[in-house]
Ligand binder design. Sequence first.
Ligand code: SAJ
Length: 413
Amino acid sequence: ATICVLGLGYIGFPTSLLLAANGHIVIGVDINQKVLDSLNSGVPHIMEPGLNELFEEGRSRFSAQGTVPEADVYLIAVPTPLDTHLRISDLRYVRSAATMIFPHLKKGNLVILESTVPPRASERVIIPILEKSGLKAGEFLYAHCPERAIPGNTLHEMMYNDRIIGGVTQESIIAAEKIYSSYVRGKIYTTDAKTAEFVKLVENTFRDVNIALANELAQIAEDYGINIWDVTELANRHPRVNLLKPGPGVGGHCIAVDPWFLTENSTNTGMIQLSRDINETMPNYVIQHVRSILKGVREPVITVFGVSYKGNIDDCRETPALKFIQLALNEGYQVKCFDPLVKEFAYDLSPMHEALEGSDCIILITDHDQFKEIDPATLLMRRKNIVDTRNLLDHQRWRSAGYYVKLMGDGRE
Ligand code: SAJ
């Protein structure tokens, strides 16, 4: 089939390549000229394992442009941002994608929504726009197939994860199943659109709430002088317990955002909102540790290790590093940042040794594996302090090199 993919970002671009590599003709559409230029000159604008190779392989069947063409299938993979003040979804991009599609829509065409939306947005917002074509849902086919791929392992998960297809009619489900089965090796489960919307939000909310529990437990353990990392290892020996890891907060475009989509229409949402709050205040908790380490230090300088929202990727969307840095600046600290993977960030990034010059404390925010390779004995700082918010480093090694090491949640003074 000829498939038009709207939105060539973290989801739309890899999905386009998988479709192209599996026999479809794919026309990608994006409003960002920089993205189009980059793709048309053969350079992927995002980094993911296997992506460059797949791009080479599928290039003859993939092209990128700024306008929507005639196609058999339209796949929407545009962002759905959170309005951070209102804490509700902002559907402007999915609306505008649907608006770009409807003039081309013909009987039997299939529209797939992969973007995450609040429950019933397909029914209330997107389908009504598509029906401006003069066709009713059912005459054109429609399915919500939420993406499930984890950044850092996107292509693998796109192929091997099970998928949910929420169709408006049986015919829609069958048509969408046919498209996905061309590259998905996982199982495909089918339901209606609003259930699929809900399921997607539940998955990320489940993770957010569980991380919040880990973060709260870390703080309680700290109060008792107990090491949460030991506790977690032991508790997880129970066959029905699986505690996640505490950390400096929850970032990324999904887990920090989707719980708000789930709760935006309800008033009875205590636990989900509270979990968001717990995760959002973790940078405040980290700064408390730094403050006690730097008590009495004049003109304190700190170095942030890692600014992306999680390890081994360069993605900084909703990263907890941002809040941590702002809090540190408000504390009067001079802040230097080092990240071996990130190229663009809201604050200046420096090479490691520069970022450590005159520094009084390292705060490890992101669990990049590369940080494990650092030999603490070779570092030059004004004071040897490090806060590890992820339990990433070999602390014995750092202590032997003369460092005061604070592992967040270790229950030590
Ligand atoms: N984190 C912790 N402790 C943990 C696990 C994660 O603090 O034990 C933090 C991470 O450091 C990061 C944040 O949570 O800041 C989220 O990271 P993640 O690896 O849990 O998830 P994402 O946001 O990269 O991808 C998630 C995935 N959802 C689930 O696992 C339920 C992925 O499958 C989704 O496709 C993706 O959201 C999405 O696009 O919705």
